[in-house]
Structure formats: structure tokens, C-alpha cells
Design a protein. Structure first.
Length: 291
């Protein structure tokens, strides 16, 4: 399974739950015990805790991310990993606003008894698993009522930018990435609903929503970092193995990275002039099924 940093999870999910109507089908106001599997740094877990009178527990296989979710480490560029490896008590900054109980565990072998929760939920987890239905069957085992999954369709992402080449290059890189990635990151609604059926979950329903991320003046530090990574080609380099695992040749990758870096320099220039704007829209689907 792919590994993600705390910074990545925080940045990609930024603002996703400003509108919580997407969670309406989870009936959160009646929940007693909720499990968030693959909780990462706990963004969704804390939203669930604010919306339900019951207890919310986060579960993830990555203990470094769990330390952030639990409030034992502060999110920051690689701070959470350094903290746990060193055993230092220095938390390197402010703790998350809300901590929560967390348990280390594998989505395919959850360390909980049968029917321990009345809702089990995950966000962007199934797209990273080779057998989503197997994980959902385990969710079904530990839930007495509902199972829910929040999964994107990464093939349908759209980008608009004041840098003319950025939309085309983003689509070009996305196509190559999708061809090389090992799991179905386009799972979306229909794929998730089929996995629910395979896992024996009944009455599965799916609703489509969108998560829009915008960049505009005044620019946040994360936006400036992202622009620098584009100009250096660092972001593409991180995904080089995946890009080459599909039908992209090494020569085509080099051409893409050259064009990407040129685009990145244009982004940096527009930012310096306060003219850069970018909007990325990611469709995501909330699927809910009964045990």
C-alpha cells in the first residue's frame, strides 16, 4: 500500500469537510461508536467526533500518522516521522486542535471484536487497496449497522489555471499515473458500490460530491512550496516509478518533466506578480451500506 506524509494528507483534504452535507447519510447524530479506518492524521475523524454524540476511534497501519491524529505529534514537514523515530518529547509546534483515541491496525485484520461499532467509515482508503471488497468484509464484521466509504474518481479530476499549459500537463501526467498505479484510484461510486455488494453489504447507496481546491492571492506557504516543486520537477520525480510502470517511456517522462518544470517556472513568475490562480475539482462519492 502506498505511504503518505502528514503534509500530503492535510493539503489534499484541505477544506473538504467545510460543507458536511456529504455526511448526511451516515446518521451521525444517532451514533454511539464510530470507527474511521485508514484515518491518517485524523481530519475526517475529528469531523465525525464533532458531529456525533458517541465515541470516534481512528485506526491506521501507519503509527507516525496516528501520532499526529492522537495529538502526540504536531503536523509539519516530516516532523511527525522524525519525532517518533527519535523518541523525542519535542513536538515541534502546536498540537492538533482535537485529539482522539487511536488504534494501530490493518484494514484487512482489524483488532476489534465483531459488532464493536455501529458505523465503520473510511476515506480514500479503498482506492489504495488491491482488494477493496476484502477490507469492506472486515468493516462489515466489526459493524453492527452501517459501513460507509468516501472514495474519489481520480480520472475525473479537472484543473483550471492562469498558466495556459498547466491544465493540459496535469491531464497528461494524470493519464500516465493512472496507467501505472497498481490499484484502482478511479474507484469512485460504481466501483465502490460493486465492492460493497461483493462484501455482502446491502442497500448500498451512493451520492456524488465535489471537493474544490483553489489557489489565489494571498498565497499560503503550502502554495509557495507547491510552486517550487513544480519548477524543480520534484513532484513528478516522486512519482517517476509509477509513471514509468504504465505505457510512458523514459524519453516521454523526460519530455514531460521538462515541460512540467517550464510550467512551474511560469507559476512562480505569476505568483511573484500576484496573478496566479488555480482551481482543482475532485469528484468524490459517499457510499453507505447496511450490515
Amino acid at each position: 500500500m502506498r505511504q503518505f506524509s502528514a503534509d500530503y494528507l492535510r493539503d489534499t483534504r484541505r477544506g473538504m469537510w467545510d460543507d458536511r452535507s456529504a455526511l448526511a447519510d451516515l446518521d451521525l447524530d444517532s451514533r454511539e461508536r464510530v470507527l474511521d479506518v485508514g484515518c491518517g492524521t485524523g481530519e475526517l475523524s475529528r469531523v465525525l467526533a464533532e458531529e456525533t454524540p458517541g465515541e470516534v476511534v481512528g485506526c491506521d497501519a501507519d503509527r507516525d500518522l496516528l501520532a499526529v491524529a492522537a495529538g502526540r505529534a504536531a503536523p509539519g514537514r516530516d516532523r511527525e516521522r522524525t519525532h517518533e523515530r527519535s523518541g523525542s518529547d519535542d513536538q515541534g509546534g502546536d498540537e492538533p486542535e482535537h485529539s482522539l483515541p487511536v488504534v494501530a491496525g490493518d484494514a484487512l485484520a482489524l483488532p476489534f471484536r465483531d459488532d464493536a461499532f455501529d458505523l465503520v467509515v473510511c476515506q480514500a482508503l479503498l482506492i489504495n487497496l488491491p482488494d477493496p471488497a476484502a477490507a469492506l468484509a472486515e468493516f462489515r464484521r466489526v459493524s453492527s449497522d452501517l459501513v460507509a466509504a468516501v472514495e474519489p474518481d481520480n480520472a475525473a479530476v479537472s484543473v483550471e489555471s492562469t498558466v495556459d499549459s498547466e491544465s493540459e500537463l496535469a491531464a497528461r501526467a494524470r493519464r500516465a499515473y493512472l496507467a501505472g498505479v497498481e490499484t484502482d484510484v478511479t474507484l469512485g461510486g460504481e466501483g465502490t458500490r460493486e465492492a460493497f455488494r461483493e462484501a455482502g453489504l446491502s442497500e448500498a447507496s451512493t451520492r456524488r460530491h465535489v471537493h474544490a481546491r483553489t489557489v489565489e492571492p494571498p498565497y499560503a506557504d503550502r502554495d509557495l512550496r507547491s510552486a517550487r516543486r513544480k519548477a524543480s520537477g520534484e513532484g513528478l520525480a516522486d512519482d517517476r516509478a509509477t509513471l514509468l510502470a504504465g505505457d510512458l517511456s523514459a524519453e516521454a517522462y523526460d519530455d514531460l518533466r521538462t515541460d512540467w518544470r517550464e510550467m512551474g517556472r511560469a507559476v512562480v513568475e505569476q505568483m511573484a506578480a500576484g496573478e496566479y490562480r488555480r482551481a482543482e475539482v475532485v469528484p468524490f462519492y459517499v457510499t453507505v451500506g447496511s450490515v
